[in-house]
Write a protein that binds this ligand. Structure first.
Ligand code: NFE
Ligand code: MG
Length: 503
């Protein structure tokens, strides 16, 4: 017997995502991922000064603005022939890393933990709850309110099997509150060198405009040490606890098992990165070649050419196009479906053995859980990879802060050429991010963004191959079609941001 479920909207993701699944004999047999809005940032930039790009593209998203700004200035660095000085490279890394940290903490606690915490058990518990009484009182008062969304984000939600342990439920809910403060610290760290957040002001082609002083470095160190403490003593232990309580989720949401990373956080001007680029296909490491990237639009609401490289890409909206079902394009690497994100970065790094600390963290986790590496291609593997890379990044930020040289310039001067082109490849919290820029008559003549969630929520491509989330959903058992919690757990493990995906 088969039935079709519409999960629309998928809540606790950024932007407007709708998921449709056919459930046959108790499991998902087919899935469709639908981006429900169009934004048009690529068109907005045409005819404007390229210098607007790092400001305009940051407005694609309030969660990952810095990464869009970085991709844009990297594309301009290439177009103008610039190499940032060390301080500029370090400042960019610190701002981008701070944005990663706040985003990963947001994803686990604010967006995903409620899929696992037994809210009712915490509300009904009468004993000492270690600081939760205010939150419980608030939820209870809202339960009696007549507002349309009684206690969002906590309720309503799907009935499901949640965490058994009352202590664990209370502990993670307490850390849910602490996570809000941790995200504030991460945003302060970014704003310390970016001037403001969201949408930092100091990113420019050639580096970053902030001229740091000793006070800023000390303030940054205080913030990153608090964040490292939260990651070590709350985030990673909580993810491990959830992983141990839901072992079956290491076998759910496997997906396309092909992974792409552009690499991020340059450690020098010679191409070395904290988390390097690469492709993992059939669990074998390959060199990443951006020339093979294309975007298909057969099933997307665009009338522009399909299977184009982003350097010649087009974005022409066609809301009435027959056969299309999403505003998300379908990026492919050498024609293949690729998952991007923390799991991709961690697996590429593991295969390349390029970061000893990250490899040791992964080995330690696998030993603790008694699982093979391949089990990380799963719902729980994505949560775990995000937490472990968060530690590696947060630890490294402290080194970068200590390497900044006070008062030294963070950027080099530049002139905008009358014509030119460039590509900025980096990683956002959610995965591989690229901006392709073309300049004619000193203004932007083409601007194409291929964004992490464009990869992960992509619809079927010209060959009919489903996108990564569509593939990850297939096979997922749905115990109760009225409460498809298993499906949303799979979707949320990718941390989709549709605002970015449809840009
Ligand atoms: Ni709107 Fe973003 C990140 C980017 S996701 S959050 O991370 O780029 O597509
Ligand atoms: Mg695009």
């Amino acid at each position: 017997m088969s039935q079709t479920l519409h999960i629309d909207p998928v809540t606790r993701v950024e932007g407007h995502l709708s998921i449709q699944v056919d459930v046959t004999d108790g499991a998902v047999s087919q899935a469709w991922s639908v981006g429900e809005s169009f934004r048009g940032f690529e068109a907005i930039l045409i005819g404007r000064s390229p210098l607007d790009a790092q400001q305009v593209t940051q407005r694609i998203c309030g969660v990952c603005p810095v990464e869009h700004g970085i991709a844009s200035v990297l594309a301009q660095d290439q177009a103008y022939g610039l190499t940032p000085p060390d301080n500029g490279r370090l400042l960019r890394n610190i701002m981008e890393a701070a944005n990663f940290i706040q985003s990963h903490i947001l994803h686990f606690y604010t967006l995903s933990a409620i899929d696992f915490i037994d809210i009712a058990a915490v509300l009904n518990y009468q004993g000492s709850d270690g600081g939760l009484s205010y939150l419980k009182g608030w939820i209870k008062s809202q339960l009696n309110s007549t507002s349309y969304y009684p206690v969002a984000p906590f309720l309503p939600r799907y009935d499901a099997q949640y965490l058994d342990s009352l202590d664990l439920n209370c502990a993670i809910l307490r850390n849910y509150l602490r996570a809000l403060e941790a995200r504030t610290d991460a945003s302060k760290l970014c704003a310390l060198f970016g001037g403001k957040l969201p949408h930092v002001a100091s990113l420019v082609p050639g580096g970053a405009t902030q001229k740091v002083d000793e006070r800023q470095i000390q303030e940054g160190l205080i913030l990153i040490r608090r964040l490292r403490d939260f990651v070590d003593n709350a985030y990673i232990p909580d993810v491990k606890s959830v992983a141990k309580a839901f072992p079956s989720y290491f076998n759910l949401g496997r997906g396309c098992e092909a992974f792409l990373a552009y690499g991020v956080f340059p450690e020098d001007n010679a191409g070395n990165q904290l988390l390097p680029r690469g492709v993992l296909n059939d669990w074998a490491l390959e060199t990443m070649d951006p020339a093979t990237i294309t975007e298909d639009v057969m099933y997307s609401w665009f009338s522009s050419g399909s299977h184009l490289h982003p350097s010649v890409g087009e974005t022409v909206a066609a809301p009435d196009k027959a056969g299309a079902y999403s505003w998300v394009k379908a990026p492919r690497y050498d024609g293949e479906v690729m998952e991007v994100g923390p799991l991709a970065r961690v697996l590429v790094n593991y295969a390349a053995n390029s970061n000893a600390k990250l490899k040791a963290l992964v080995d330690g986790l696998l030993a603790e859980l008694g699982r093979p590496l391949t089990d990380l291609a799963s719902v729980m593997g994505r949560h775990a990879a995000r937490a472990l890379e968060c530690k590696v990044i947060a630890d490294r930020v402290e080194d970068w802060l200590n390497t900044l040289v006070p008062v030294q310039d963070g950027y080099v001067a530049f002139t905008i050429p009358a014509s030119g082109q460039g590509v900025g490849l980096t990683e956002a919290a959610r995965g591989a991010l690229g901006h392709w820029l073309q300049i004619s008559n000193s203004v932007v003549s083409r601007y194409q963004c291929v964004v992490p969630t464009t990869w992960n929520t992509s619809p079927r491509d010209d060959l009919g191959q489903p996108g990564p989330i569509e593939q990850a959903l297939v096979g997922t058992p749905i115990a109760d079609p009225a409460n498809p919690i298993e499906a949303v757990r799979v979707v949320r493990s990718f941390d989709p941001c549709l605002s970015c995906a449809v840009h």
